[in-house]
Ligand binder design. Sequence first.
Ligand code: SF4
Length: 870
Amino acid sequence: MSVSLTINGTEIKAEVGMTVLEAARANDIHIPTLCYAPGLRAVGACRLCVVEIEKMRGYPSACTVPVSDGMVVHTETEEVQNLRRETLSLILAEHPYTCLVCKDYCGIFHGGTIRKAAVTTGCQYCPANGQCELQDLIDYLHVEDIPYPITYRGLPVETHDPFFDRDYNLCILCGRCIRACQEVRHNGVLAFINRGSQTIVGTAFGRSHLDTECQFCGYCVDVCPTGALYDKRGKWEGKPDAVIPSVCPYCSVGCAVDVQVKNGHMIRALGHQDGPSNDGQLCVRGRFGMVDIVHNLGRLKTPLMRREDRLVEVSWEEALAVVAEKLGQYQAGQFGLIASATATNEENYALQKFARVVMQSNNVALAAGLPDFDGDGALATDILRTIDGPAIGQVRQAACILAIGTNLSESHPILSLEIRHALSQGASLITIDTRETGLAKRSKVWLQPKVGTDQALLAGIIKVLADQDGRSGNGTGPAELSAVDLDRVTALTGVDQAKIEAAAECLAGQAPAVIIYGSGVTHHPSAQKVINAIRRLAALAGNTGVIGVPGEGNFVGGHDVGLHPALLPGYQPVAEAEGRAIFEQTWGVTLNAEPGRSYEGLVDGIRQGEIKALYLAGEIPPMAELEKLEFLVLQDIVTTDNIQYADIVLPATTFAEMDGTLTNLEGRIQRLRQAIPPIGFSQPGWLVVADLAHRMGSQAFNYQSAAEVLAEIAELVPAYAGVTLDSLDVAGQLCRFPAVEPDTTPLSLDGIPEIASTEFPLTLITERNLLYYHGADLTDQVSGMNLIKQEEILQLSSADAARLGIVDGDLVKVVSPYGSTECIVEITNGSMPAGTVFASFNRVNNSSLFPGLTPSAKAYAIRIEPNGEV
Ligand code: SF4
């Protein structure tokens, strides 16, 4: 319903519930503000938005007064403007205001603040100069002098936190950062501390942000209207020349970002306000890590070739000529290609096509792809081909959320934020995880099954739910459920029946619900059974969506465009002639019908000497096996440990230097836009591969742009039909394939795989770390992350620690069937069952514990040898 009101003599319409400020802004009427920020609760504290409203006493704050029919508002009367000037003067009296008193003379005096105040308080020494909202207000209100003495707080600038500095001398106590932390990020790290004139913003007990729950999302920095909070990196870059909308490639949420650019350099990344899956928010990886990665000293800038055991700079011409000549010497089965899930659809499409068309090899794999347990791509097809869950932004509307096998707070923080939104509105959270994760701590019900028993636990919940009110539809019929004995479920999983019933009760009574599963489900041998059980549970609960959460940024897109040994683009089985036909026709070749090697198979092939030449595009953990290759082409953005084995190194562009698309976990195709020129002589991966294919005699790579590669994808992959770069705005395009028939395999408590053994009696589980990109090489480029990451820690239950005679802080040797590594032990109490140990995914990935084995696997058999017994 709308009302009519008059602002400054103009009649406007506004929706009931809007404030005067919102109504004015919707009609391009300016009312100044300071403490107000869109998305935050209006508090009317700064008094800059005061207005006159006829028949209303005093000068109310426009940000807090709701519109009403017939209201008459005046926003710029002399009284109102004088009141604002007075308010601003009082604020400036506690803020270094040389930005005001000498702003007209700075040019004359060579841009340095040399008068009236110490240089440490001058505008040239404020990182927000030119972007500070106080400066805008000073101009708007024509404030030229302040009738009060300046009070300089004399607080030390706090520089010890890893990603941003805090100078509370510049703080105007608007409280935006506090509300951002509390209301938007649901964290509550910041508050007003002290009293009266001593009031400042800070953490409880003045602790460092490192010692709080701070996630370093940077939203407090984003909303600060002055230079009080500022990124360390790019602090003095000032205003950007351009802001280019793009996408964060570092997890499959696919947050929309605004890439700020100055003088051809990326200076900052902020959340894009209209981001469909992130609503303006980012996590620490997207907010503070990107610039360090794009502009770091380890960037590969020119092709390198090994000569006399040294890598020397060469031209692209020379490098590609050698690659073409060398690869031409290998047969299909001798060649392999490993690509990255952070690469674009266009890059990965061109890479797999190169392997299949030019090298006649299906040995193509994503470095962090889905395990291919049966060698036929069934799991990838089942999970990724049809994504029909709710959008990320709908999770906040759920009344009940069940998270299984996923620690979203660390792996996909913006999806975790959606859960926090839902919880703040009263939703219930059920977590199924062997370890007490961040989500488990916030849960109404935490079910802690033994590793690998999720299928039995879900069968138990289904049984209780069905028994509660006689529901038994969707293939979960009475006959099937009669085989599910709850006592046996408890014996298998270690979860009390009461907790199983509590979870079922939550799901039964609260709709809509969402079930979110992650790599803790998809990377176990029982993945398919667990996913089937999840779908049964959702169908039985009713009004329940299911979201699968893969890891890396373009995980879904990589699979969509054929980065899979058994699947052509669009999930067409390479072994089926019908599936191959359209590709053979378009690409003009007869394709190899033999499915290729998975990632593990490729590594094994290298170890056995069967894979002799490898094209490695992107980051994989350091692998000594690469030394066995006869020829290794390494295409990457930074120098990695694996460069020591490379014969040719090809420098690739980052997401900021090229156009293209990424597909997120919702199946949303999103557009990357080139924001800066390529660093050095780096080139987009699709261009490198097209050039190489030409040199090797193929006519099927006639691309001049990423748009042309996408056009070919759109022609061949039905879900991408009609998609062009120009058709993709910030919202992207949700595109999936037709639904497949649901699996009807009966629920079963049997076939639970054993992981531990007599020789290796402990089960090591892993999870991603918030402060880590997929591998160490990118993380190492981000100085803030290097400061605080803790990947050397191994968590051990107190029972296992007592049995092994280990105390907190001990250095132990962790031994697997393949190798060993050393870790420092942290003993946990109740957060993990006995028999289970935990290390970060990255710690395991970058060790010799499991060289070249499934890098994303989630459970491994190990033993621990206390130091001294080694
Ligand atoms: Fe990037 Fe994922 Fe973080 Fe979003 S949640 S900023 S996509 S890493």
